[in-house]
Design a protein around this ligand. Structure first.
Ligand code: MN
Length: 247
């Protein structure tokens, strides 16, 4: 699909889920559609494992030209000064610590970052923002299905994209259809972040960082919709933003 030869494919780092399995040896997990979406637009995905060593983390960042943050469970509310809602299901502490350091370090280095679902929330927390811990409690009147867990290749609700934002420049439309599988959402925005898309109930569906060349978070899962132009454009934009950092 890509017209570029192998040497011109930017390497896109992708973080992984951390699973405590029955053998008591932790394991990493990644859905293949994150990788295939990056491959489809001419990037080379490179998995970045959870490691308990900041020096090793830097060493991974030396090898990538852009970063994709995947979805997952919830961030510990203590990270943003809140006590836990009963429905909050925190990530493993290992992954949370690693992912926060990973996104902050990548941003400090000026690497392009695209963050999906939990990744979008993580980007917000990394920059000092807060979350609504449970959409059903925070927005009881919302008629939208944000928490759908099946049929992710089908769309669930509309999203309005704010004109003049980077997201609008990427997708080129004011209204798109997205899937949705999140029970939390962004409340207060982190430093330098702006909301670039909203669902019709007012929930923030995308953010972007004004102080960085490319820091984009989306609350939906474009990797399930990579056969649709609106959604594959996000991966194209990440790979193009990574190209100047080519490794
Ligand atoms: Mn949603």
């Amino acid at each position: 699909m890509s017209q570029h030869n192998d040497r011109s494919r930017p390497t896109i780092g992708i973080n992984c889920s951390w699973i405590e399995n029955r053998t008591r040896v932790p394991a990493l997990m990644i859905r293949m559609n994150y990788l295939t979406s990056v491959i489809k637009v001419g990037g080379t995905p490179l998995l970045v494992p959870v490691v308990d060593d900041p020096v090793l983390l830097e060493s991974y960042l030396d090898r990538i030209a852009g970063l994709l943050l995947i979805g997952g469970r919830d961030i510990s509310p203590a990270r943003y000064g809140a006590s836990a809602h009963p429905l909050t299901m925190p990530l493993s502490a290992m992954r949370e610590e690693f992912d926060l350091r990973l996104v902050r370090t990548a941003l400090d280095r000026g690497l392009p970052v695209m963050a999906i679902c939990l990744g979008c929330q993580l980007l917000n927390i990394a920059l000092g923002g807060t979350l609504h811990q449970d959409i059903a409690s925070a927005f009881p009147e919302s008629p939208l299905q944000h928490t759908k867990r099946i049929g992710m290749s089908l769309t669930s609700h509309y999203v309005r994209i704010v004109k003049g934002t980077q997201l609008f420049r990427i997708i080129g439309k004011e209204k798109i259809e997205t899937n949705s599988s999140h029970h939390q959402s962004i409340n207060q925005l982190g430093d330098g972040l702006v909301a670039s898309a909203f669902a019709e109930d007012g929930i923030i569906e995308a953010v972007e960082g004004m102080r960085y060349p490319f820091a984009l978070g989306v609350q939906w899962h474009p990797e399930y919709l990579a056969d649709q132009e609106d959604h594959i454009k996000l991966f194209q934009a990440l790979v193009e933003a990574a190209r100047p950092h080519l490794r």
